[in-house]
Design a protein around this ligand. Structure first.
Ligand code: FE2
Length: 131
């Protein structure tokens, strides 16, 4: 069963979808079952991926990661998103190569959201552990 806000990827064409409202069905793309993307919350490679949040007054800056992640045409962060802990609000920023791997948000309470990002090569990372 697909759960709200989970991300799924087609391993054939590369489509990535996010579940807006969950249902009992199986997500299919290119004739195959889509793969659930599980986020990681630890870094095990030279490029740093785990998002972290800097609080600046009423603004929060989500950065990827503790050392800025590369932003080249071949290897870059495709999006960053913030999801409120009650799972009712979502904000996403799509990034292009050569941009800073960060997003500023102003509308969510401090420490009240999950920050996650997607690297085109290394996949999904979160600042919170998911089971
Ligand atoms: Fe990466």
């Amino acid at each position: 069963m697909a759960e709200k806000l989970n991300l799924y990827k087609c391993e054939i064409c590369g489509n990535i979808v996010e579940v807006v409202i969950d249902g009992a069905g199986t997500l299919i793309c290119c004739g195959e079952e889509m793969k659930l993307l599980k986020s990681r919350s630890t870094d095990g490679m030279p490029e740093k991926h785990v998002p972290f949040v800097e609080h600046m007054g009423t603004s929060h800056v989500i950065k990827v990661g503790s050392q800025p992640h590369p932003m080249t045409n071949e290897h870059f962060i495709q999006f960053i998103e913030a999801i409120s802990d009650d799972r009712r609000y979502l904000k996403r920023k799509y990034l292009n190569p050569d941009e800073e791997p960060e997003m500023v948000i102003k509308c969510l309470e401090e420490d009240d959201f999950e920050a996650r990002e997607y690297c085109n090569i290394h996949g999904l990372y979160s600042n919170k552990e998911n089971e």
